[in-house]
Design a binder for this molecule. Structure first.
Ligand code: ATP
Length: 306
């Protein structure tokens, strides 16, 4: 029995550590499928977030030395502003968000938050300052209330309710036979991609981090869902420094700056109207997206007529 109880204790220990130490552990595993190799420097200090301004300064990065992924990337997200990253698949968009979370160390250049280099601060403090709304949130096999409260475990029922409302998912939850006590996840209620994303947004509202990373879903959502999610995202990103990996026109149109990434380099940058005027990569991307959306809506209308 002794032999069995030690590993069981250890598992319990690891589980508690994970629960307590890294509230974002689950998002972390979604973002990467390898163990992080990053270590805190001896004497690393906690990140002190004042305004939450982000700066990438001539950042070079590769997963594998033989293949550079980001090449001399420089941009800023001023405090409280929103910068959208767009670009073809494989351009390096998600890599930028992984580097901001410091899943990897960069080969050269600097990533700085409020004047502090990410290399010099503790990972724990960095990750508690950043809220992440991933494309596809993995939910726990637990109640929907638990899944939302995960953003801040001491939140009251009222706060959980309010966060759900602000994330545009409150009515949906109250409409369930078991309401907030409904079990979700693999062994419970299966939520759609858009519903899961709103649960992630409610979580982030409770966490209230100064910095946000949003990874929008690539898959097309119907117009009503897209509007609901957009309203929830607008609320959560208001006054927060936000980096969005953007796929939706509605997000990029209102971004303070759009960075068009291509093969690890910034091909174009500016606001929506400036970029459209350039008639370059951005214009062709959005023309294509618009055609796809229109085709889809037409298909839907045809189905409805049947
Ligand atoms: P998408 O829009 O398809 O999600 P993206 O612009 O976000 O693409 P990234 O995920 O940043 O692209 O990937 C950029 C490049 O880095 C890709 O060529 C990818 O194959 C490579 N890459 C991503 N993750 C790893 C990894 N863990 N190890 C090695 N190479 C990787």
């Amino acid at each position: 029995l002794m032999q069995l109880s030690v590993p069981l204790n250890f598992i319990g220990f690891v589980y508690r550590e994970i629960r307590q130490g890294l509230t974002d552990i689950e998002q972390m595993f979604e973002l990467l499928d390898v163990e992080p190799e990053v270590r805190d420097l001896p004497g690393a200090r906690p990140l002190a977030v004042d305004q939450g301004a982000i700066r990438f300064d001539n950042v070079n990065f590769s997963y594998d030395p033989a293949r550079p992924i980001l090449k001399g990337i420089s941009f800023e997200v001023p405090a409280g502003k929103t910068v959208a990253i767009v670009g073809p698949s494989g351009a390096g968009k998600s890599t930028i968000s992984r580097l901001l979370y410091r899943f990897y160390d960069i080969q050269s250049g600097n990533i700085v938050i409020d004047g502090q280099n990410l290399r010099d601060v503790t990972q724990k403090s960095l990750r508690s300052a950043i809220g992440m709304v991933p494309q596809d949130t993995v939910l726990f096999n637990d109640t929907i209330a638990y899944n939302i409260r995960y953003g801040r475990i001491d939140a009251s029922d009222d706060e959980v309710n309010r966060a759900a409302d602000l994330a545009q998912i409150g009515d949906f939850i109250r409409g369930l036979p078991e309401g907030f006590n409904a079990m979700v996840g693999e062994r419970g209620l299966k939520l759609s991609g858009g519903e899961k994303q709103r649960v992630a947004i409610a979580r982030t509202i409770l966490k209230a981090p100064p910095i946000l990373i949003l990874d929008e879903a690539t898959s097309a959502l119907d117009t009503a869902t897209e509007q609901e999610i957009q309203a929830a995202l607008d609320f959560v990103s208001k006054g927060r420094t936000t980096l969005v990996i953007a796929h939706r026109l509605s997000t990029v149109v209102s971004a303070d700056e759009i960075i068009v990434l291509k093969n690890g380099e910034i091909a174009e940058r500016g606001r929506h109207t400036d970029l459209l005027a350039q008639k370059g990569l951005y214009t062709s991307m959005w023309d294509r997206q618009r055609e796809a959306t229109e085709a889809e809506e037409q298909l839907k209308r045809m189905r409805e007529e049947d």
